[in-house]
Design a protein around this ligand. Structure first.
Ligand SMILES: C[C@@](CO)(OP(=O)(O)O)[C@H](O)COP(=O)(O)OP(=O)(O)OC[C@H]1O[C@@H](n2ccc(N)nc2=O)[C@H](O)[C@@H]1O
Ligand SMILES: Nc1ncnc2c1ncn2[C@@H]1O[C@H](COP(=O)(O)OP(=O)(O)O)[C@@H](O)[C@H]1O
Length: 311
């Protein structure tokens, strides 16, 4: 007798770096008004879903020990939301393979949530279109909408209102992953505190940065990278100053704290330079480990792990 192997679906979602992150006022709902330019990077997480007796989450890979496997994991919440919408039980095993550092300012949890939405939409045959997936994404977290879309985009509101940005070439990055993580709400609170006490530097508008992206010129883009959360991340993790200096000394065009940190992202002239900068950073002992990545890449999408490989 033929036994039927239950179908599984795997989706891959990108990390992100904020090329520009302007943080505005604290809103009444506890979020800050943002204007940010996201770029999706080739450092990714894979999320596979399989029919199961009950909802369960497993995690392996980069930083897996510090990722929750209970209802607080964003993929668990994504499964419950979609199942409630479809009127079914969320009986599924969700397996996450992390390549994106946890609490690293690179939207790893958001990537997993976006990948889970895409994979479950396929597994359960829900036929949800992009606007519908966007609505679920925005409920899960501010960055999840971007993780779905990928590419290069401007985010406003709390980061969930997106408009695509013309970006002409591929940019190459060396990433310095730190020992611990930084909690996003703690970094926003630290910025509020720094602003109450003085005037930490603020990024201007993103007009010149948009031109540099459209021209595809990494040398023009480099001096325009900016992040209002960087002073707060440096205040909480002062050792990142050394990391930022070391990357530029190693030949990067510029370095910036990624989102709320503590990952530092270094824009490099080309792929070869990114490998050299990564090796020098590694040798300088200013970070836990290094990765190279390029962007922009696509948002969360179903993959065939046999053909595309799984990490
Ligand atoms: C800072 C950014 C920049 O892209 O990314 P990360 O560095 O975390 O990757 C994002 O704004 C993070 O987005 P995300 O990680 O999805 O945050 P959420 O879960 O929605 O919010 C976590 C907490 O961060 C704070 N928060 C988040 C977004 C925002 N616009 N204002 C805020 O003040 C709030 O305290 C909120 O309760
Ligand atoms: N699927 C997930 N992957 C990673 N972290 C998750 C996940 N679900 C919930 N978390 C929690 O979210 C927090 C933020 O993690 P992450 O999204 O990786 O970083 P960041 O917000 O800095 O980009 C972590 O403290 C982690 O415990």
């Amino acid at each position: 007798m033929l036994s039927v192997v239950p179908r599984s679906v795997t989706a891959r979602a990108p990390s992100k770096v904020n090329l520009h992150l302007a943080v505005g006022d604290l809103r009444e709902d506890g979020y800050h008004e943002l204007t940010t330019v996201f770029q999706a990077l080739s450092l990714t997480d894979d999320v596979s879903v399989f029919p199961a007796e009950t909802l369960a989450v497993r995690v392996r890979g980069e930083g897996a020990d510090s990722v929750p496997t209970d209802h607080t994991n964003l993929v668990w919440k994504a499964a419950e939301m979609l199942a409630a919408e479809a009127g079914i039980e969320p009986d599924v095993e969700i397996s996450i393979v992390k390549g994106i550092p946890v609490a690293g300012g690179m939207a790893g949890g958001s990537a997993d949530a976006a990948a889970a939405l895409v994979a479950l939409n396929d597994l359960w045959g829900l036929g949800l279109d992009r606007p519908a997936l966007d609505r679920f994404a925005a409920r899960l977290g501010s960055d999840v909408t971007f993780s779905l879309h990928g590419g290069t985009a401007v985010g406003t509101g709390r980061g969930e209102k997106l408009l695509p940005v013309l970006s002409r070439s591929t940019f190459h990055w060396a990433l310095a992953l730190a020992k611990g993580g930084l909690s996003t709400p703690t970094v926003f609170r630290e910025l509020d505190q720094l602003r109450a006490e003085g005037h930490p530097p603020r990024v201007g508008d993103a007009a010149d940065l948009m031109h540099a992206l459209a021209s595809g010129d990494a040398t023009a883009l480099a001096p325009l990278l900016g992040n209002d959360l960087q002073p707060a991340a440096l205040s909480l993790a002062p050792e990142l100053r050394r990391t930022l200096r070391a990357g530029v000394t190693a030949g990067a065009l510029a370095g910036v704290v990624s989102g709320s940190g503590p990952t530092c992202a270094f824009l490099c002239a080309d792929a070869e330079s990114a490998v050299t900068v990564g090796a020098e950073l590694s040798g300088a002992g200013v970070c836990r480990t290094v990765r190279v990545a390029s962007g922009p890449v696509s948002g969360a999408r179903v993959i065939d792990p046999e053909r595309e490989g799984s990490h």
